[in-house]
Design a protein around this ligand. Sequence first.
Ligand code: PBG
Length: 323
Amino acid sequence: MSFPTHRMRRLRKTKTLRKLFEETRLGPIDFILPLFVAEDLKIPENIASMPGVQRHSFSSLVREAASSHALGIQAVLLFGIPHKKDSLATEAFKKNGVIQKAVGLLKKEVPSLAVITDVCACEYTSHGHCGIIQKGDVSNDPTLGLLQKIALSHAQAGADMVAPSDMMDGRIGAIRKVLDRKGFTDTPILSYAAKFSTCFYGPFRDAADSAPTFGDRKTYQMPATNPREALREIQLDIEEGADVVMVKPALTALDIIAKAKLKFFAPLWAYHVSGEYAMIKAGEKMGWLAKDTAMAESLLAIKRAGADRIITYWAKEAAKFFK
Ligand code: PBG
């Protein structure tokens, strides 16, 4: 029997009732904050295409991490900007490289905050690609050795979890193998498992100075047309030993998040990326979108689709909003 027996509006009548019947909840625990640290900076620098986000110096990084943790955020995801780049990304696996140093500092100053490191070459290569170039393209297998070196150096520096974002085939297995061999059997791998090729990484590439100098990333990142291929990517990464799988970007891949949630049982994270952040910031600046509400609705949609946790530049604001 339908109306008038059933009145859906009954449970929406008051604020308290609306709260009581919320199906999707968000809180500080849901958010992971990405942070950029630049080796050469003495003071933090604003990023034009990501209002409110900064490239940090080592000391401002520690301050930002500590204040985030105080708001209830449990993990940060680190990206490094080295003082020099070369074709083989040698700065990426240096013992005292930008990330290795940053991890050491964070683990000393904010020990209970989990530090996750992005494992990729694009911030460290002069050509801006995510691996070693041969014959005009990123060559898969030689890149695996490079990723192993980067991941191992992060684990040795004290990273709580490593997060490969390069989309090479076989990298999860390769990284697991080297970590295990060197005694890091308990260091988890967060895999950027279904990572789509998209213009929404644009502001990030400004921030990390990591845009490719030729071509694009379409031979390694996923095409937006292929949901089944995305699920296969996730499946393979779980088989290779990923502890956590991620879908990225978030708002243009809600279908993938929803399907992956039903199909797999590994923790499922989503990355609400730089362009998704920037477009709402731009809308707010123009006065076309309501401040905080556009953020809240976006994050709720990602959680509702099935993401267990959300990596977002809004982590601090969202932690306050959803407290
Ligand atoms: C590195 C990497 C990228 C992002 C995360 N790790 C950029 C890219 O693949 O070009 C994008 C994150 C964002 O846009 O917020 N490979």
